[in-house]
Design a protein around this ligand. Structure first.
Ligand code: DON
Length: 304
């Protein structure tokens, strides 16, 4: 019989013993000081039973994983009008590239690359009275955890070096696809990326994507159609120019962040989160990818 705990324990041992752990993101200076040897994996099955191994209660910078949550909130507020502002096609490009944005008149390829997430941030800034506070409240309510918060030192650190995001936001603005001023939108974007969460907090939050929009408290946060669309975008766009490789090796919708986290979901089955700060050359966690490949291979559970 399938035993998730044995599989997670084996994955954790393998990760600790792997010498080549990838490279920590240093373009956001505050992220550079994380210990490369951290590793955690947490899995919540469809009944809400938690399995975990390693450093699963330690918080880390969630970064691009939050793009899924801002997308969820904006989609709920705006409905299908959202897709007039951002497309749903994989980019095949790194997360921070600008060339397609120029060619395609300021409409980002998808909401999970930086340019697309900046447009989503603009939507939330327009729609919400207190965007940072209300987004935080949204995440806390899904996670049922009021201790989740922003690490403002990470937000400030990114603001001081986020030249490519300033370039992207200005380019989008020049095409008329940004309603608010660049500094306000990026202040929100840098804060959303600077949310700190642990594997356990993330798995509780992303459980809604494996559980038809309902959180562990059985509250409906998104409807089935919204869940279908967001999971589809995670599958095709969640890993930038490595989305094909992730689908090929892991076979689940998911999303990575440069803090070294990865979330992945198997609808109606489980949600899983890994954290290992070392990244591969595409900006995705090296050991996280390896761990999730082992999970779906050893359990025989992938959407394919
Ligand atoms: O905008 C950035 O570059 C970061 N705040 C987020 C990038 C990120 O996490 C890419 N993910 N793998």
């Amino acid at each position: 019989m399938l035993n998730f705990q044995n599989i997670l324990d084996a994955i954790s041992v393998q990760a600790k013993n792997t010498q080549e752990k990838g490279k920590i993101a240093s373009y956001i200076p505050q992220l550079a000081c994380i210990d490369k040897n951290k590793f955690g994996i947490a899995l919540l099955d469809k009944n809400g039973t938690l399995f975990r191994a390693g450093d699963t209660s330690e918080q880390f910078s969630v970064q691009s994983i939050t793009k899924v949550l801002t997308l969820s909130m904006a989609f709920d507020l705006l409905g299908d009008d959202l897709w007039k502002r951002v497309d749903v096609e994989p980019s095949g490009d790194p997360f921070n590239h600008l060339s397609l944005l120029e060619q395609e008149n300021g409409k980002p390829r998808n909401p999970l690359i930086n340019a697309g997430a900046i447009v989503i941030a603009d939507i939330l800034v327009s729609k919400l009275k207190n965007p940072k506070a209300e987004f935080l409240e949204y995440v806390r309510s899904i996670a049922n955890d009021s201790s989740i918060t922003y690490d403002t030192s990470v937000a400030e650190s990114e603001k001081s070096t986020g030249f490519r995001n300033f370039a992207a936001a200005n380019l989008i603005k020049s095409f008329g696809n940004l309603e608010n001023d660049v500094d306000t939108v990026l202040d929100f974007y840098f804060h959303q990326c600077a949310l700190s969460m642990s594997c356990e907090q993330l798995v509780n939050t992303f459980y809604i994507f494996a559980n038809r929009g309902k959180c562990l408290q059985n509250n409906q946060h998104l409807n089935l159609s919204q869940i279908k669309r967001i999971n589809a975008i995670m599958l095709s766009c969640g890993f930038y120019d490595e989305a094909g490789e992730f689908a090929f090796r892991v076979g689940l919708p998911g999303k990575s962040g440069v803090g070294g986290g990865i979330v992945a979901v198997f609808p109606d089955n489980f949600c899983v989160v890994t954290w290992s700060p070392g990244l591969n050359e595409k900006g995705n966690s090296k050991l996280g990818l390896q761990a999730l490949e082992k999970l779906t291979t050893d359990s025989g559970l992938s959407i394919f």
